[in-house]
Design a protein. Structure first.
Length: 152
């Protein structure tokens, strides 16, 4: 999970820009994208930890294959974040820092999880540990690119 750790460092480097907006790029602020990214990582890792790896069954999904394994890119503006990972309330540099620390703590024993731990993604279906790692990197890079475009 070294890649996610390095992406968390990049996310943290954007905390000072949390209130920046550019409605041409996104209706949401940099802070929204930061909080959403952290919330998604946190909840996905938690779901994997709570999953029963004995019930995981791989199933081919064309859209997962194309986006995660071929394009390595999430198309912009094609999907909405599920309510469970949408930021709520006031976002501040301090709240982002606290959430980052929570995410880092949650990731501490990721390497020890069974390879068939999984979470259900509404578009891609069940993603095991390896696919989850790919998705988390892809998703975080997607939002970092949006943040970069907002700030430029």
């Amino acid at each position: 999970m070294n890649t996610i750790d390095s992406l968390l460092t990049v996310l943290a480097s954007k905390f000072d820009d949390y209130n920046r907006m550019n409605t041409v790029v996104s209706k949401s602020s940099v802070g929204w994208h930061l909080e959403h990214s952290l919330k998604a990582i946190d909840q996905i890792v938690t779901a994997c930890k709570k999953s029963d790896s004995t019930t995981y069954r791989w199933k081919f999904k064309l859209n997962r294959y194309i986006i995660i394994d071929v394009l390595h890119k999430i198309p912009r503006g094609k999907a909405r974040a599920p309510k469970v990972v949408q930021p709520e309330g006031e976002i501040s540099k301090e709240s982002l820092q606290l959430h980052l620390e929570k995410v880092q703590q949650n990731l501490e024993n990721w390497e020890d999880l069974n390879e068939n731990c999984y979470f259900f993604h509404p578009f891609f279906g069940d993603l095991n540990k390896k696919s989850t790692e790919k998705f988390l990197v892809l998703h975080t890079k997607h939002h970092l690119k949006i943040i970069e475009d907002i700030c430029n």
